[in-house]
Design a protein around this ligand. Sequence first.
Ligand code: ZN
Ligand code: ZN
Length: 282
Amino acid sequence: MPIHIKYYGVRGSTPTPGMQYDKYGGNTTCVYIKIDGQHIIIDSGTGIRNLGLDLLKIFPKEGGHAHILFTHTHWDHIQGFPFFVPIYMPSNKFDIYGETKVIPANNRNETWTIENVLSMQQNFMYFPVRIKDLPSNLNFHELKPEVIINPGSFEIHCKRLRHPNDALGFRFNYNKKSYVYCTDIEHSDAMTEELVKFAMNADVMAYDCQYTPEEYTASKIGWGHSTYEVAAEIAIKANIKHVHMIHHDPMHTDTFLQDMEKSARKLFKNMIMIPEGFSFDI
Ligand SMILES: [Zn+2]
Ligand SMILES: [Zn+2]
């Protein structure tokens, strides 16, 4: 059975509605992966709302189950969670994975688990239903960088990514096939070398191609994102078959993204600028 991937949100930073964004879509980060009949979701940006509607059609009546992994908890990666309809059904069960972070605040350290962050987002001041009042069965798990977990008949490798307050990358291995997901990431020589090892011989690597190399150098250093030029470099050195370009900048219109794809393909032939709704089987 193939690893099935479908992108429900590929926009970075903030939802971006508008006719000039119609082809690539305005929903923020959310990817659905099906491996050996198991449902996996990466991030709950606004794209998860449409994914939830699709899952309602395929979840069995007696209840469905999915794993939800978080790369990190910037808004564009969590803000759709309250609108993910399957969490409102008591028969459904979700295993939710994210990193625990310790943040200096008010002269002390605050510890934030993924459950804390999602609960804060659904504080009664912001949303009418609290996480602890959701009818579905939510089980929270801590993820750590540089570990391997086996939540099903597949393996997930976690990787520390360079980003403000850090992010995690994932590599899914199943039946000699592999899918690597790397956003949000800002490259450096050391990070690129680590990713070459992490993504070695992957069938597909989805990579944060938010900026052109020119934009990055001119004004985006330190913003936490990368370029298609670095994606191509990693793909060539790591012998990757396909690169999926994701985390589109809210300022980039459809025509701009099409031009970016053309420039990227001059560096590495198998690069696709991913539109929302795009699916791919490995
Ligand atoms: Zn992001
Ligand atoms: Zn981020």
